[in-house]
Design a binder for this molecule. Structure first.
Ligand SMILES: [Zn+2]
Length: 443
């Protein structure tokens, strides 16, 4: 005979943590009560309200930081089509372990996410096997070919939260204008991977001192800046919000700053690798430093840091781009571009941006939760206000870790951060009131 234990599913009392939620200007020790997957109470009332209900699980967050769930708005989950690199189960598990409660996934799947069927498939699979929320991004053009527009209405109807051709950026400016006009009708943003491919051409790394030294063909900063400037101009004349992905150059940061100053609806993201590494790393010819846009010069890296500090760069996103070991373990010129980031982002952010005094915790939460939720229009996300979704990221600012790719939940190991010793890590990831990851091994 078995006895069923009455347990309040999707309900949790998170006690005694330092709650940092810039969406309501909050930074204080408080409890958060989640009932039926939604934030029910915050503050002293949360403890009182929890007492009146039986069976509520308690998460002791003493000494930890409690934040609205982190959102990585730029990942490649590789499913459907490239499941040897990653799939929805492994990619979302990596996200949960990395402290993210939501990810938005890019459309360069096979088939390309340019139709409602593929959006449906990703959503269905995510509900079945996903550890975190998955928000598909639809392709801007059919097959990401840069010629014919995809059916944006159909994609939005199916659940796409933005459109982008990410790694296959639209080169034809006329097509780009039409894409933006189409996106405007549905109130969603266009995510620009800014690269003029006639300028980046066969380039392998940033064009500069180190590309000359190493004899590798360069990708000029101009290939990024030309496209940022075009997409800002087209965003301005169409009125469509344009989000610049993975900005990597000083010129790019300056153009985004200037556009924001004159009121253009432009937002931007930077990756942990672009604010913490430079092209000097390439001297090892290690293909785990090969990505697009490439690691740039120290001057560019400092400009990214400035952009993060003054708010020119709204978000931190990983551009998690898994590739299998045998794809990356080849000659430098033959290896595919891209590195993974879901399981390293938060330690890199906390160590390199927070402990070094560059960003406050509240700025970090804005860039990893509040702003991505706003840009992608994700209702109930990016906040711990009463009624919001019970998605929570809990941080341990003091935990010291060493990045060991062998422990990753991701199917791939292509990280540029292997062996790094960092201070600060996710302590737990809570999805709709359920603990989906805990550093103590509880979930
Ligand atoms: Zn990209």
């Amino acid at each position: 005979m078995w006895v069923s234990v009455m347990k309040d599913e999707n309900s949790l009392l998170i006690q005694n943590g330092r709650v940092v939620d810039p969406s309501q200007n909050l930074d204080e020790t408080a409890s958060v009560l989640i009932l039926n997957g939604k934030v029910a109470k915050i503050g002293k009332d949360a403890d009182t309200a929890a007492k009146t209900r039986k069976g509520i699980e308690v998460f002791d967050a003493s000494g930890k930081v409690v934040c609205p769930g982190f959102i990585d708005m730029h990942v490649h989950l590789r499913e459907p089509g490239f499941e040897h690199k990653e799939d929805i189960a492994s990619g979302t598990k990596a996200a949960a372990r990395g402290g993210f409660t939501s990810v938005a996934c890019m459309p360069n799947t096979n088939p390309v996410t340019d139709n409602s069927g593929t959006v449906d498939l990703i959503e269905h699979k995510s509900r079945m096997v996903g550890s975190v929320n998955v928000f598909p991004i639809g392709a801007a053009t059919l097959g990401m070919q840069g010629k014919d527009l995809s059916n944006v209405g159909e994609l939005v109807e199916a659940g796409a939260v933005a459109i982008s051709d990410d790694g296959f950026p639209v080169q034809n400016s006329y097509v780009m204008r039409r894409v933006l006009e189409y996106a405007y009708m549905f109130g969603i943003c266009f995510i620009s991977h800014p690269e003029d491919t006639t300028l980046s051409a066969e380039g392998l790394m940033h064009e500069g001192y180190y590309s000359n030294l190493l004899g590798l063909k360069g990708i000029p900063a101009a290939s990024e800046e030309v496209q940022i400037s075009r997409d800002i101009i087209l965003g301005e004349i169409t009125g469509t919000p344009v989000h610049i992905a993975h900005v990597s150059t000083k010129g790019g940061v300056q153009m985004i700053r200037a556009a924001k100053e004159r009121g253009v609806k432009v937002t931007a993201e930077a990756t942990p690798h672009h604010f913490s590494l430079t092209d000097a790393s390439l001297v090892s010819y290690d293909t785990n430093f090969k990505m697009k846009p490439p690691l740039r010069s120290e001057v560019d890296r400092e400009a990214i840091i400035e952009g993060l500090k003054d708010g020119t760069i709204d978000c931190i996103a990983t551009d998690h781009a898994p590739h299998s070991e045998n794809e990356k373990t080849v000659e430098f010129d033959k290896a595919p571009f891209g590195v993974i980031g879901l399981e390293t982002a938060i330690p890199v952010v906390l160590d390199k941006l927070h402990h070094s005094g560059i960003l406050s915790l509240s700025q970090i939460v804005e860039k990893l939760s509040v702003n991505p939720a706003r840009i992608l229009n994700l209702k109930g996300k990016g906040s711990l206000k009463e009624g919001a979704d019970g998605d929570v990221t809990i941080l341990d600012l003091d935990r010291e870790i060493e990045i060991d790719p062998r422990t990753f939940a991701s199917k791939s190991r292509n990280t540029p951060f292997a062996g790094w010793k960092l201070k600060g890590a996710p302590a737990a990831t809570i999805l709709s009131g359920t603990v989906v990851f805990s550093a103590t091994g509880k979930a």
